[in-house]
Ligand binder design. Structure first.
Ligand SMILES: [Zn+2]
Ligand SMILES: [Zn+2]
Length: 352
């Protein structure tokens, strides 16, 4: 089977790999769709060393059909089931996070498509050792969702975690979202569903081409480009007026925006940082103490984020279609990555 394979820092090949063999406890998924994630870009273009042992098949936002099932796999899973993976490929089962059932936060977590083989190919094996311990590493896809839409569950559950679980948004409050990539857009969508009275999106000039429109579709009331404004802090504060900003979701991650977030958020507000940057933060952090601000780091989601986000999509409160810019055959992965990097696309989904 053909696969998009990470072979080293910035080295990616489209080549033949062996179809995985399953044992009596495993499942085999035939991949029907796999999304390109912002985090894939770091590995694809060489911004980051590979985390897992290479070569490995990339792609961690995949959905497909169960096509083979080991004899010992429980009856809940049947051949023909449409499923989406939360991309957990392994967890220790013993650490503090695993003990709480939060396998995604396990320090020894294996991530399909990042530390082990993932979904930019035709077949993926779900190991029985994981499936027996962590039953929600796979979810059945509601009938009203296509495979392409189901691949959006990863960023959508991420947004749910950021806004509702970590951000504690109350309906009627004002939310600012930095960054309008997939995580930013899904945070906007979740804030809108959760009842924000106003959503202010902050992107860049390049986002005006396409992403601004999608942000507005998902509920953004205002859009500012940080590289167009002389003073983005004042601009956002002006838009929030006297109510103030209760929550800033930072899906961009650059230090300048962390500093802006501290200035923007109201007293006793929250900042949830999703985005990443290896640049050093140099401003004062006193604003945290002076304004009683809660600051949370954010990585991924947990089972509750997935369960509730799937329920929203099933009930058609969350529409996962507008965020998909295009669906490309797997072999056109290069174009998909370029479009994502150039901010032309909010989400590209590859189909093997
Ligand atoms: Zn992702
Ligand atoms: Zn663990």
């Amino acid at each position: 089977m053909k696969a998009v394979v990470l072979c080293g820092r910035g080295k990616v090949e489209y080549r033949e790999v062996e179809k995985p063999q399953i044992g009596e406890r495993d499942l085999l998924i035939e991949v029907k769709a796999c999304g390109i994630c912002g985090s894939d870009l770091h590995f694809f273009y060489g911004g980051m060393e590979p985390i897992g042992e290479v070569p490995l098949v990339m792609g961690h936002e995949f959905a497909g059909i169960i096509v083979e099932k080991g004899k010992e796999v429980e009856d809940y899973w049947q051949i023909g089931d449409r499923v989406v993976s939360d991309n957990t490929g392994g967890a220790c089962g013993r650490c503090a996070s695993c003990a709480r059932g939060n396998f995604v936060a396990c320090e020894q977590r294996q991530t399909m498509g990042i530390t082990m083989d993932g979904g930019f190919t035709k077949y993926v094996k779900i190991p029985g050792s994981l499936l027996e311990m962590y039953k929600n590493c796979l979810w059945k896809i509601p009938e009203n969702l296509s495979f392409e839409e189901a691949t959006l569950m990863d960023p959508a559950a991420n947004g749910y975690n950021a806004v509702v679980q970590q951000g504690n948004l109350k309906s009627g409050e004002i939310v600012v979202v930095f960054g309008v990539g997939a995580l930013g857009l899904m945070s906007i969508a979740q804030a809108s569903i959760a009842g924000a009275s106003k959503i202010i999106a902050v992107g860049m000039k390049a986002d005006r081409k396409r992403r601004e429109k999608i942000a507005r579709k998902y509920g953004a009331d205002e859009f500012f480009a940080s590289d167009e404004e002389e003073n983005i802090v004042e601009k956002v504060k002006e838009a929030a007026r006297e109510d103030g900003v209760a929550l800033v979701v930072d899906a961009a991650g650059v230090p300048a925006l962390t500093s802006a977030a501290i200035q923007i958020v109201r007293s006793e507000g929250s900042i949830v940082r999703i985005g990443m940057s290896n640049k050093t933060y140099e401003d004062s952090l006193d604003g945290f103490s002076l304004k009683n601000i809660r600051f949370s780091g954010h990585m991924g989601y947990n089972q509750e984020s997935w369960r509730n986000t799937l329920a929203l999509a099933k009930a058609e409160k969350l529409n996962l279609k507008p965020i998909i810019t295009c669906i490309l055959p797997l072999e056109e992965y290069q174009q998909g990555f370029d479009m994502t990097k150039n901010q032309e696309a909010s989400k590209v989904v590859l189909v093997p």
